[in-house]
Design a protein around this ligand. Sequence first.
Ligand SMILES: [Zn+2]
Length: 146
Amino acid sequence: MTNEMAGVFGMILAKNAPTMRMTVENLYALQQLQLQTGPVSAEREAMIKLLREKIPAQILGHFDRLMAQGRKGVALVRNGVCRECHIRVPSGTAASLIHPKDLYLCDNCGRYLLLPLDEIVPAAEPLAPQSVPVRKTRKKPVAVAV
Ligand SMILES: [Zn+2]
């Protein structure tokens, strides 16, 4: 990555990422609160209400549908894999999650994807797509019976 590009990414990060990232983080926090077992405290109720007010209704709607089905609404991404359905997240999506400009859903399970902060590699290390070993198709010479 050139310095110029890093600068652009920095700008994007400063401009857009806090809101998008915060939305998913709020969703995740909400999920943790809603899934919490034990006695419902007034504090927890207040926190849930506060978080729900911060999240746009449309986003909350999809989240609630997933939660109503007894599924989690937000999936963490670890090592490029959706932690809920264990399917690899496309590398393009995984890269976008570092500086989210939008919300991303898992292609497979439809949950909102959240890249935990400790999964974000420093900008100094370029996110090179992992080299996929090329399978060599070795053709065996066909023995022709004469
Ligand atoms: Zn998934």
